[in-house]
Design a protein around this ligand. Structure first.
Ligand code: PLP
Length: 399
């Protein structure tokens, strides 16, 4: 398949599989394709490869290997954490989370509501920040679990998960964090964070789609979500996706090795892109606080233009970016994250996200900086609000 050159700025949606990761997983597709639960050596010996991969992903988050449950994706990990907390504490029927979580949490909470559970969605401020006093006050005697994401996939805004974990521990409530966007971007230490559950997804860190993990702190009671065979020490039924798990292990090693780069070189690229766009295109605003933020993410609003139109013209130039989360792209609803931050519908609909990664270069950023001003002025010239006054500055600066 011949592919034209692309300028990929959508690393929060998914990432290129690293060549080193492909190399590590190929033997498990071509030669070692047995079932690890088999009694004969051809299958059984794969147990060692699973153990090695488990040790590698455990090292990425500073967990014990036995605290790692491999899942199929971040969505399954989030669902599993909430499900387990409710199933192991049947007397507790309340879940506390935020209005800006990924749909992997929010849609599961909708489902829980329909089952008769109570769910509280905490609001956020205009810059995306969470009020921790309000969070603590919202914990009820029957709160089974607090689930708060670490890095927001749309804005990159970081929540103070260590402080939240401390509140939950003090109040005797389980705490889960959706850390799907953080590996390779921030150091992750589950001991230091003090979380009970933590979700990751391999395709966000240069491994293939179809594998994730749930960290379950030792001594936290666990009820499986996928019930079947005794895989994962009885914590997740289903024949292990050996090739993908091996790939995840290799990607975890690389993510640890690239951490400094992503936090240094990629952050500088992101900042140059963001400052370049803010400086060269009037009526452009950043959504969310400048810091604390994921080092690779920039979410910007362009007054008076529709994000979908910008993305179409970017696509024609070979630039991949997105509006909102990949899972909700295509829906006409404005981003739930931006509206929770108090953005007007007009502003939410004029916002796009650039998310960079280790394969981006200075030349990629130059290319976007070269194309964006022309794209925005073309669209503004054709839009009814051609003077760019669609959003009032007061609203524009508030979220
Ligand atoms: N949580 C966050 C913050 C995400 O960004 C994503 C994916 O975009 C998910 C969960 C879901 O992960 P997966 O695609 O592996 O199901």
């Amino acid at each position: 398949m011949n592919q034209p050159a692309i300028y990929y700025f959508d690393n929060n949606a998914t990432t290129r599989v690293a060549p080193e990761v492909v190399e590590a997983m190929l033997p498990f597709l071509q030669e070692h394709w047995g079932n690890p639960s088999s009694t004969y050596a051809f299958g059984r010996q794969l147990g060692r490869s699973l153990d090695e991969a488990r040790a590698r992903v455990a090292a990425l988050v500073n967990a014990e290997p036995r605290e790692v449950v491999f899942t199929s994706c971040g969505t399954e990990s989030n669902n599993s954490a909430l499900h387990s907390a409710l199933a192991t504490q049947p007397q507790k029927r309340h879940v506390l989370t935020t209005a800006v979580e990924h749909s992997a949490t929010l849609k599961f909470c909708d489902f829980l509501r329909k089952q008769g559970y109570a769910v509280t969605l905490l609001p956020v401020a205009g810059d995306g920040a969470l009020d921790l006093q309000r969070l603590e006050q919202a914990i009820q005697p029957d709160t089974a679990i607090v689930s708060v994401m670490w890095g927001n996939n749309e804005t990159g805004v970081l929540f103070p998960v260590r402080e939240i974990a401390a509140i939950c521990r003090r109040r005797g409530v389980l705490f889960h964090t959706d850390a799907v966007q953080t590996p390779g971007k921030l150091p992750i230490d589950v001991r230091e964070l003090g979380v009970d559950f933590l979700s990751l997804s391999a395709h966000k860190l240069h491994a293939p789609k179809g594998v994730g993990l749930l960290y379950v702190r030792s001594r936290v009671r666990y009820q499986p979500y996928i019930i079947g065979g005794g895989q994962e020490r009885g914590r997740r039924g289903g024949t292990e996706n050996v090739a993908n798990i091996v790939a995840f292990g290799r990607a975890a090693e690389l993510a640890l090795a690239h951490l400094r780069e992503e936090n240094g070189r990629v952050r500088k690229l992101r900042d140059r892109l963001e400052e370049g766009l803010l400086g060269s295109i009037p009526g452009t605003w950043r959504n969310g606080a400048r810091e604390p933020r994921l080092p690779n993410t920039s979410n910007l609003a362009f007054d008076g233009v529709e994000a979908e139109a910008i993305l179409m013209l970017l696509d024609q130039a070979g630039i991949c970016a997105s509006s909102g989360s990949a899972c909700t792209t295509g829906s006409l609803d404005p981003s739930h994250v931006l509206t929770a931050m108090g953005c007007s519908v007009a502003r939410a609909r004029s916002s796009i996200r650039f998310s960079l990664g280790i394969y981006n270069t200075e030349a990629d950023v130059d290319y976007v900086l070269q194309h964006m001003p022309g794209i925005i002025s073309r669209l503004r010239a054709n839009s009814p609000a051609a003077d760019g006054s669609a959003a009032t500055p007061a609203i524009a600066q508030s979220c």
